[in-house]
Write a protein that binds this ligand. Structure first.
Ligand SMILES: *Cc1c(COP(=O)(O)O)cnc(C)c1O
Length: 395
């Protein structure tokens, strides 16, 4: 199928949406699907829905749709909770696999929540544990024999810089460490081959490039040979081997079900399951080729027409995910002025403007128009107004 597939998305007329790396747009059909779930399933079937509508099977069924996007085997991914929770769960299970080691290795480009969750876990485990944070390009050399787990986000949320998943996983394994990848900015953005990489754990969210909607549930992957030895730290009843036996003590389920915690977010999963249908019709390699073309066009045009912006993403496409970032001293106000003109990106402190390129619903013409408006906003200093300096809770 040729990209883009604009008619599969309900984007507002006139909007150029360059923020699918933060919250994907609404795929057509999701509103109907969720509405039907509410009336025909919840409304009509009440509690019978758990069985007749198979709500209980959703977390693994939807996981199998995501498996195909990230190169994982069937029944190796479970959905539920938020990404921060899934990071904690994977990290705890990974540390448990290396009881004689005490270091969690991460990099300074990681998303703060991942690092905060590691700090929280270390706080519980005791002070002999250490979160060691190095520069992104120093990660491979930092794989020393005391590293229990390497926990990295493949694509940097600020710069779009992308780690070499295979090489780093190999380096971690050579040092005897467990590898945990966060695919928040990879799933649906770049081709990922979890089975090929051989990492033990991966986690990711579904409201970014997978378009599952605000607050859509996160996913966790465990390498198939380890699923039945990974110890769940968040031992909720739906990860129990027999939840409805209501036994006195926890016994983990066999299979990836053990990474479930509590009651699944049925409505969110219904939205996500419908949103994922578009991926059946596309190849990740085609998405990648189109994303590189859009990003490269954007970089070239911005550098020609907006010389006051400074590229903070890697120039080489193979080292970049699907977003491009430019810095500007007044980046926040510039972005607000752009949004007022219906070109939607976002801003990360202190000075980074982020532009995400999702080839499912963007084409080259969108890129040309976005740069023309950006050039207008900068050239005419249209951003230099108090209304664009006003900060909001979410940037
Ligand atoms: C978006 C993102 C998160 C967000 O976590 P939530 O718990 O879903 O809010 C966490 N980690 C990374 C790397 C992200 O990019």
């Amino acid at each position: 199928m040729t990209l883009p597939l604009k008619d599969r998305f309900a984007l507002p007329e006139g909007v150029i949406y360059l923020d699918g790396n933060s919250l994907g747009p609404l795929p057509r059909g999701v509103d109907d699907r969720v509405s039907r779930m509410i009336t025909d399933e919840w409304g009509a079937h009440l509690i019978k829905g758990w069985n007749v509508d198979d709500w209980m099977a959703q977390p693994i069924r939807v996981g199998n749709r995501i498996s195909r996007i990230v190169g994982a085997a069937d029944d190796s991914i479970a959905l539920g909770d938020t990404l921060s929770i899934k990071v904690y769960q994977a990290l705890a299970a990974a540390l448990d696999m290396r009881p004689d080691r005490r270091v969690i290795l991460s990099d300074s480009g990681n998303f703060p929540s991942d690092l905060y969750m590691a700090e929280g876990l270390i706080g519980l485990l005791g002070d002999s544990y250490e979160l060691r944070i190095v520069a992104p390009d120093a990660v491979e050399d930092a794989m020393t024999p005391d590293v229990a787990v390497a926990m990295l986000t493949q694509v940097d949320y600020r710069t779009g810089r992308m780690h070499d998943m295979d090489a780093i996983t190999q380096a971690a394994h050579a040092a005897g460490a467990v590898m945990l990848w966060d695919l928040a900015h990879s799933a649906g953005a770049v081709p990922v081959d979890l089975a090929g990489a051989g990492c033990e754990f991966a986690v990711g969210c579904t409201y970014k490039y997978l378009n599952g909607g605000p607050g859509a549930p996160a996913f966790i992957y465990v390498r198939p040979d380890l699923i039945d030895v990974a110890r769940p730290a968040l031992s909720g009843w739906l990860g129990h081997d027999a939840p409805f036996a209501f036994e006195r003590s926890y016994r983990p389920a066999t299979g990836i079900e053990r990474m479930r915690v509590g009651t699944p977010p049925v409505m969110g999963l219904a939205a996500l399951e419908c949103a994922l249908e578009v991926w059946v019709d596309v190849e990740m390699n085609d998405i990648r080729a189109a994303s590189l073309h859009l990003s490269e066009t954007f970089i070239a045009e911005v550098e020609t027409r907006c010389p006051e912006l400074r590229l903070v993403s890697p120039r080489n496409g193979s080292e970049r995910g699907s977003q491009v970032s430019f810095a500007h001293e007044h980046g926040y106000a510039v972005m607000q002025a752009l949004i007022a003109r219906d070109v939607i990106g976002d801003f990360r402190a202190p000075d980074t403007m982020r532009f995400g390129f999702a080839p499912l619903y963007l084409d080259e013409d969108d890129v040309h128009r976005a740069v023309a408006i950006l050039a207008d906003v900068l050239g005419g200093r249209l951003w230099d107004r108090p209304v664009f300096r006003k900060t909001t809770r979410v940037t």
